[in-house]
Design a binder for this molecule. Sequence first.
Ligand code: SF4
Length: 294
Amino acid sequence: MNETQINWTDVTWNPVSGCSKVSAGCKYCYAENLAENKRGTLAFPRGFELTIRPHKLDEPRRLKRPSLVFVNSMSDLFWEEIPDDYRDRVIDAMRAAPQHRYQVLTKRPENARRYFERRSVPECMWMGTTIEHALTVGRADILRDIDAKVRFISAEPLIGQLDGINLSGIHWLIGGGESGCHLANADICQRRGMVRRGDRRAGEPGWVVRKDREGWARHLRDACAGAGTAFWWKQWGGVRPESGGRLVDGVTHDGMPSFPGAMPPGHQVRVIAPKGADKLRLPLHAAPRTMAAE
Ligand code: SF4
């Protein structure tokens, strides 16, 4: 398990790493970049090729604090290269530690649907799919076929307005703009970013939300309100995830699924310490409070 700067989870768990690209959202995959940069090291001996990590299967059981666990931030559990019998072991590890809620996110919901045709989804597992532009909104229809207690959509990196998205039966949606060093390139930022460089002479901050794209976030916020789907706006993005902030029309959106049994029992909201902050003075958890849907 690893601490993470991803603000909608508590820890990441990577019982497998490696993946291949499936759609436009993968173009600047941070996981590939990280793994390939460390190719040949102990952590990533095979770079972004398939790497099974059975020694990690027991980690959830050893983590006692009920947590939100993002499964495979360095892979896609439903990648064709991962054998079903190892996928079974990952799912079994979740069942063995039901005090957590496991956030499984895939760009291959058709593979997940096929897998769960002959197995049940654990009560403690959330099933999600990424939808990054209007061409992939059909993934929500496939996700709806999967009998998970919580179904969610990650609209990140959001690279187009999600016209035609149907949120019926979807409990949670996370949205966010593209981030990464590649956005320092003006052409890439123009094509994929939700932010632009600020004009310092005009008193603007370093990164500013683009007027022509903020409507994409409003569209999701309003679609979620209409469908009763909890809405989390993660970031506007930029060279760092937090470059453009995360306010939509001046409001922070931290919606989470709130029906009984959705969240880990006794879950406490995590306060993310800024990188380099003194962790002795900034505790991992704030005073207990329950996350509520908006
Ligand atoms: S599916 Fe995810 S992990 Fe796999 S290449 Fe695409 S962005 Fe990377």
